[in-house]
Write a protein that binds this ligand. Structure first.
Ligand SMILES: Nc1ncnc2c1ncn2[C@@H]1O[C@H](COP(=O)(O)OP(=O)(O)OP(=O)(O)O)[C@@H](O)[C@H]1O
Ligand SMILES: [Mg+2]
Length: 287
């Protein structure tokens, strides 16, 4: 009997694993006044900030994780470490078995990070020219890549801007171009840091629907951050709630809402967005 059960159990593999992963940033505090600035050349004062504090987590293959937290909670720092852009100060992490910050080619070919607050494609050339460069970097088949760009652009309804210089595009158009760039090499792991930031409601929905059908078809593992709770509620299988560098909740959105509502009377029950709003409000009071 136990054997039969094992056969029926889906085999889940852990693709992202961290142990006590931490990152501290030190920054120079420039003093006021010319004299103090001159003194500061010899005697610099630094303040330190723990952006990520001993984070231990495991993420299964094919899951979409919604990473939610206040401004400055450590979301981008975590994604940057897991994608190899930033080195941790202590602790360890494995993504697909690799230490991300060692930046091995085999690792980089299998992951992608989209930073909604930053352009990653080349500013002065058209997206198709950027994609051609990326295809070279990732050593992709050019014909297959062309078809892939065509398909992705059609799905995102943005074929008409593929040949326009990136800097001439609107924010929403640019984001779609960045998404295509991030998906060009069919990454197994996708880090999406605010992919809908600053977009109008229709563009947000458009990107959300695109991501939903893309992950359904390709089944990548995704960590998604967003300040729009519709993104998280629609796309995420699981919620990771982060507060001042610490993961304070891991589980499903539904469980989180149910737990938060436990103490409330039936008439006062609140939805996901309101639960998060209350959480952030408490955060801002004790910051
Ligand atoms: N390069 C850096 N140098 C110094 N401090 C930094 C640096 N990058 C981030 N920090 C600090 O680390 C903390 C976490 O920043 P992080 O960008 O990870 O937050 P976040 O959760 O992504 O916030 P947001 O929602 O605003 O994007 C913040 O207090 C930030 O000021
Ligand atoms: Mg951020």
């Amino acid at each position: 009997m136990p054997n039969n059960q094992n056969i029926l159990m889906p085999i889940m593999s852990i693709v992202i694993e961290t142990t006590d992963l931490s990152r501290e940033y030190k920054s120079y505090q420039k003093p006021e006044g010319v004299m103090n600035s001159i003194k500061g050349i010899w005697n610099r004062e630094y303040t330190s900030k723990i952006a990520l504090d001993k984070t231990t987590l495991q993420i299964e293959s094919g899951k979409i994780i919604g990473l939610v937290g206040a401004n400055g909670a450590g979301k981008t720092t975590l994604l940057k470490i897991l994608s190899g852009l930033v080195t941790p100060t202590s602790g360890d992490a494995r993504v697909l078995g690799y230490r991300p910050w060692e930046r091995k080619n085999d690792f980089l070919r299998q992951i992608s990070i989209l930073l909604g607050q930053k352009n990653q494609l080349w500013w002065d050339i058209s997206p198709v020219d950027s994609y051609a460069l990326l295809a070279r970097i990732y050593d992709l088949d050019l014909n297959k890549t062309r078809l892939r760009i065509k398909d992705l652009a059609e799905m995102l309804q943005c074929s008409h801007v593929l040949n326009t210089q990136l800097r001439r595009l609107s924010l929403g158009e640019r984001m779609k171009m960045e998404i295509i760039g991030a998906l060009l090499h069919e990454p197994k792991i996708l880090f999406l840091d605010e992919p809908t930031i600053g977009l109008d409601i229709v563009a947000q929905e458009n990107i959300r629907n695109f991501l939903a059908s893309y992950v359904k078809e390709k089944e990548p593992t995704v960590i998604l951050t967003s300040h729009y709770m519709d993104d998280i509620a629609t796309l995420a299988d699981r919620l990771l709630l982060i507060s001042k560098g610490n993961i304070v909740y891991q589980g499903t959105v539904n469980e989180f809402v149910a737990n938060s509502n436990k103490e409330l009377a039936q008439d006062d029950k609140v939805d996901f967005e309101e639960v998060i709003r209350r959480f952030l409000e408490t955060e801002s009071r004790i910051r």
